[in-house]
Design a binder for this molecule. Sequence first.
Ligand code: AHR
Length: 487
Amino acid sequence: MAAITLNPKTGKGTIHKEIYGHFSEHLGRCIYQGIFVGEDSPIPNVRGIRTDVVEALKKIGVPVLRWPGGCFADEYHWQDGIGPLAQRRRMVNTNWGGVVEDNSFGTHEFLDLCQQIGCEPYINANVGSGTVREMAEWIEYVNSDGDSTVVRGRRANGREDAWGVKYWGIGNESWGCGGNMRPEYYADLFRQYQTFARTYDSHRPFRIACGASDFNYRWTEVLMDRAGGFMDGLSLHYYTVCGDTWQEKGSATDFSLSDYYKTLKKASRMDELIAGHDAIMTRYDPEKRVGLIVDEWGTWYDVEPGTNPGFLYQQNTMRDAMVAAVTLNIFNRHCDRVIMANLAQMVNVLQAVVLTEGNRLVLTPTYHVFDLYQAHQGAREVACFVESDETGEGSWTLPQITASASEKEGVVTVTAANLDAAKETELRLTGFAAKQVRARVLTGDIHAKNDFDASPIAPRAWPARVEPDGDVTLTLPACAVAEITLS
Ligand code: AHR
């Protein structure tokens, strides 16, 4: 038996729709094959962009997409990816598999992808091996309608009007693959770069500074102290790695019950992580003007056997769905500070929502969690208090039920997950006098997955009752994620 008490009058404000964002890097088969196949491909496409993938992404309301990396961003020179295809510069993608990058997917193609999906673009500029001028001219190319040489170049490349891109990242993992910098040095670089991230017409760049990796609180402290007043957002990266080392991260599909709980326990540490970084930020920014942007998160396992180790291709099971449910509930509950998050990565890499093979496509269990949580986008967060047993194995224990709630136009949506691998539970929702309830549930064995032969994992309508006192009750099966709509 578990209970969720809703307090519809209190909450932390709006759940920014960008919390449900995604990330696409020039890595493995994310961009090429997964998203972009070129106009001449037999796979149905619009200007080279896969129609099946775009359609799938539209259905989950992808609000924002980060590009071109990741580590790749700090080796990417945007001028290489514009203009006639035959003249685009070729490079070796030294970060990811040493494959040749022919730059056939560049700025115009990315912004076309965002328009086809209907999402905001988030461009990550190169600080590690780029220059201030390079970044400044990228912003000018994309956002200006002035009659400059840079803008004439864009028009010559077929785009008359500025796109008006809002979100700009200044460096990626500058403490690591983005330049191995110390926070003091990066803070000064950030101040310099952001100065030249100019506003054109009404297009003011929302400047996102490179933030910490997981528990590196010192990075946040130094950045906020020295550059906090110059930034709009500060990023944070946290991956859920089941193994004890980066060399042995464990299999995405072949794991023990203990691994299952260990993964969920590690994922749930996102809560203390956000609280920790938020506490530091709040000392410098009590008004919470600077948003925390978790622009890389998700599970990271060993690659699928037989695949290129540099491509980071992994399958996705109900375990990953539970990680997504736990994490998105945490983001919702911290919506006063977390204003954007980007799952790594959207297609064919790490905790992908879509997998492709040739012309075939699979929607992963994680995809369906994003579907179940859609109603939270742009809704008002509703405080909820969860009472449940503990679940887990050995030292990997955590509360059996995780939940978050929001309200939009009088309709309250609760998303709740039962993390126990074997035990169903009776769930009672109290505090909102419901007249009607609808529920959908995603459930399966912890190892269950969708693949190119069969896709058994998908949400189903689920029985739920309004009790005479207005409480709502339902039976939540083991290893399940529910969307419960009260009106
Ligand atoms: O998402 C894969 C990689 O993880 C990104 O390129 C990098 O930013 C992070 O280390």
